[in-house]
Ligand binder design. Structure first.
Ligand SMILES: C[S@@+](CC[C@H](N)C(=O)[O-])C[C@H]1O[C@@H](n2cnc3c(N)ncnc32)[C@H](O)[C@@H]1O
Length: 157
């Protein structure tokens, strides 16, 4: 199985590299073959991938863009939902986590009006087994915010 990580924030990419190659060798050692990094806008990557090529997708603590006038910038958006539905195999899961109350309400609203994914109620306040922790998640717990963890399943096309 292969993995593609997407992040545009340079410090985030450096932190990722430090976990997958030995310390101090980040500039000379390439990541393992089954691991690819997309250091650019994830939406461009999604557009370039072929239908049904993904077994799983993660959207971990996306930027919340809490102001209503910025809602179009939120990753959970009908256009991106359609793109993920195109890429994920039937039965494949899309994991989404958010600690931001505005974004959490937004996920309920937008995922409640689509029919491409089954959208059961999320786990709340405790990371489900098998999910990896993230740095931002740790910060959320430290600062008293309660994350929600959704597992959306791609319906048969
Ligand atoms: C709140 S942080 C969460 C970081 C990390 N996923 C975690 O949980 O620790 C949101 C991250 O999404 C990245 N991001 C925002 N828009 C993006 C995009 N279009 N493509 C790739 N990464 C993006 C930002 O650079 C930022 O680091």
């Amino acid at each position: 199985m292969g993995y593609i990580a997407s992040e545009v924030f340079e410090n985030g990419l450096c932190s990722l590299m430090s976990r997958i190659v030995p310390e101090g060798e980040e500039d000379t050692v390439t990541p393992p073959d089954h691991f690819r990094i997309w250091p650019d806008d994830a939406r461009q990557l999604l557009k370039a991938l072929p239908d049904g090529c993904l077994d799983r997708a993660y959207l971990m603590f996306p930027d919340p863009w809490p102001k209503a006038r910025h809602a179009k910038r939120r990753f959970i958006h009908p256009e991106n939902i359609r793109e993920l539905a195109r890429l994920l195999k039937p039965g494949a899961v899309w994991r989404v986590a958010s600690d931001h109350p505005v974004y959490q309400d937004w996920v309920f609203e937008i995922m409640g009006t689509q029919d491409l994914f089954d959208a059961p109620p999320p786990a709340k306040g405790e990371r489900p087994e098998g999910w990896s922790p993230t740095r931002y998640e740790a910060k959320a717990y430290r600062e008293g915010r309660v994350p929600f963890y959704w597992t959306f399943t791609r319906r048969d096309a």
